[in-house]
Design a protein around this ligand. Structure first.
Ligand code: FAD
Ligand code: MG
Ligand code: MG
Ligand code: MG
Ligand code: MG
Length: 551
């Protein structure tokens, strides 16, 4: 019982210094706590070596959710359980503990996390940490629009279950002889707000379901009254993808009679209809609905808001700010990291370091940079700030473009113009599983290295990557390289076809083979053989018998 724990911390709560069994505890081993059980957290866990830390994983959900296939669960293409992987089986290999609880606050000075058990009748308590990884994900951004209580979201497994039930409820109700035609029509109007990959994939899954299953079991009059709409704020759906891809997707949707409305801003959701305004003509329109899916970007969850308000260096944006080693800004001792959707990496402001870079690079001290001096500088910046790499890759064209007076050298003002342009072009990484996964992998590896260095007192030699910190104590983390992201392309399912954007202008789209590519990519990313088997069974079942249309 909690009474055996001593109490303390700012709120005098029980402190879980030892978890369950005291005999397991080795005081020389640092305590690592991971908050979350999503993409970021799971990939940290997969990279950690056994015995380097006392590891505790904390999440209100005792499973990992394979989000890329979540839209398929809303219409029964896949069973919801097939997308889940128990956390306890994922952490078995590294002898970690799991606590089903929600972190509500963090006391950075005392290094204590405040937890609320999911069962609200249990008392809150503290868990101490030496190293902390925050990977708690995000919430849907509602932009303060009225009527969110009438919307469905698609983030959690329960969201998918609710949508699935609602779709079937609507079809059954529409089939009743007592339902007036006007109501029938609005029950069968499915509206998606947001033309990003989640909204698009949901629309595509819904369309497949209608054409493959609904036609088989429901009166044909219903089929003709079904309407799927997508309302998108930007010029195009999938607007973060290559233009060819959004074009392909829009054409396919129009062929399928999916109503794609672009350049429209949702103003309000009423219980039975949605009100939106066309951006150009300023026309205000209404659309009756039977189900609305809201999927328009991400926002902070309560924990990340609390943290952000607490720390001076956090500027309350949409996410927690980290440096390029994924350390939370505002905590100076490298004890706290944030990864995935809840975080964003602060971009370097090259201009702020202009003088330093210029003086260091000007080896012959003649007050200007020769091509060779510039080339070395470009390399150095690219290594230190991997996000700038793509801009600095073609040193020769850059040099020629910014040598405005054609002197064959770069003067300080010329370099300033270049740095300002690069600073402007740097964008933050997208909130995707791909980013969270790579960040987790990087962090898992790094945490192993840090533990080894601290235990053996043999520190890695300072690399090119090392930065000058004001921190006088030598910090292992500063000696190791920063995080660098490699984009492996984006995929979206658009209904019997998949589109892929592999960056660098290389795009790909197509029919059935595309679907199999899409599926196999996610197959191989899938976490365990067990889950893989479940998914394969679901797909075979669907091919043989169609989707399960019971609730
Ligand atoms: P999450 O995976 O959301 O995990 C957050 C975890 O933190 C959860 O386990 C949650 O229970 C836990 N948590 C929340 N609050 C607390 C708290 N207070 N204390 C402790 N734990 C807490 N990305 C792609 O790259 N490709 C795709 O095809 C793709 N498809 C998607 C489809 C859908 C429907 C959705 C919703 C997302 C999709 N994404 C895709 C995006 C991707 O899922 C996210 O970017 C990714 O999940 C982010 O990982 P994360 O670890 O930051 O957060
Ligand atoms: Mg996570
Ligand atoms: Mg992020
Ligand atoms: Mg010079
Ligand atoms: Mg010049």
């Amino acid at each position: 019982s909690p009474s055996i724990l001593k109490r303390g911390g700012p709120k005098n709560l029980p402190i879980a210094t030892h978890l369950i069994d005291e005999r397991d505890f080795d005081i020389n081993k640092p305590r690592l706590v991971i908050l979350g059980s999503g993409w970021g957290a799971i990939s940290v866990i997969k990279g950690l070596e056994k015995d380097k830390y006392h590891i505790t994983v904390i999440s209100p959900q005792n499973y990992f959710l394979f989000t890329p296939l979540l839209p398929s669960a809303t219409v029964g293409t896949l069973e919801t359980r097939s997308l889940l992987e128990p956390v306890r089986s994922l952490i078995k290999g590294i002898s970690a503990h799991f606590l089903e609880a929600k972190a509500t606050d963090i006391c950075f000075n005392d290094k204590l996390i405040e937890l609320s058990p999911v069962d609200e009748s249990s008392e809150p308590f503290y868990v101490p940490y030496d190293k902390l990884v925050i990977a708690v994900g995000s919430l849907s951004n509602t932009f303060g629009i009225e009527g969110m209580e009438y919307c469905h979201f698609l983030k959690t497994i329960n969201d998918a279950r609710k949508i699935r039930k609602k779709i079937m409820d609507n079809f059954e109700k529409a089939s009743l002889p007592t339902t007036p035609p006007k109501e029938r029509k609005s029950l069968l109007s499915f509206v998606v707000c947001g033309g990003g990959p989640t909204g698009v994939e949901f629309a595509a899954e819904l369309y497949d379901f209608l054409t493959e299953d609904v036609v088989r079991y429901f009166p044909s009059i219903l089929r003709n009254e079904v309407q799927v709409s997508i309302i998108q704020g930007q010029d195009h759906i999938l607007n973060t993808y290559d233009a060819k891809i959004s074009d392909f997707a829009e054409k396919k949707f129009r062929r399928d009679n999916i109503n794609v409305v672009t350049n429209a801003r949702v103003q309000k959701i009423e219980p039975n209809h949605i009100i939106y305004k066309m951006k150009k003509s300023e026309d205000v329109k209404e659309l009756d609905y039977g189900l609305v899916l809201w999927s328009t970007g991400i926002d902070m969850n309560p924990l990340t808001k609390t943290i952000s308000e607490k720390l001076e260096d956090q500027k309350n944006t949409r996410a927690l700010i980290t440096d390029n080693r994924l350390r939370l800004k505002g905590v100076s001792d490298s004890s706290v990291y944030a990864i995935g959707d809840c975080s964003t990496i602060e971009n370097p402001k090259l201009v702020q370091q202009l003088m330093q870079f210029f003086i260091d690079a000007d080896k012959d001290k003649n007050g200007r940079l020769s091509y060779n001096e510039f080339q070395a500088l470009a390399k150095k910046i690219g290594r230190r700030y991997p996000i700038t790499k793509s801009y600095l890759k073609k040193a020769d064209t850059l040099f020629a473009r910014y040598d405005q007076d054609k002197s064959g050298t770069l003067e300080l003002e010329e370099l300033r113009t270049m740095f300002e342009d690069i600073d402007k072009k740097l964008t933050s990484l997208p909130a995707t599983a791909q980013v969270a996964y790579q960040q987790g992998k990087y962090l898992g590896k790094k945490l192993n290295q840090i533990a080894t260095a601290q235990k053996t007192k043999i520190f890695p030699p300072p690399s090119d990557y090392s930065v000058n910190t004001d921190n006088p104590e030598s910090d292992v983390d500063d000696l190791l390289p920063p995080f660098s992201y490699a984009h492996f392309g984006s995929l979206a399912y658009i209904g019997n076809a998949a589109v892929a954007d592999f960056g660098t202008g290389w795009t790909w789209m197509g029919g059935l083979p595309a679907v199999y590519l899409w599926r196999s990519v996610y197959f191989s990313e899938q976490v365990s053989f067990r889950t893989r088997a479940l998914l394969a069974l679901d797909w075979s079942k669907r091919c043989l018998f169609g989707r399960d249309i019971s609730k």
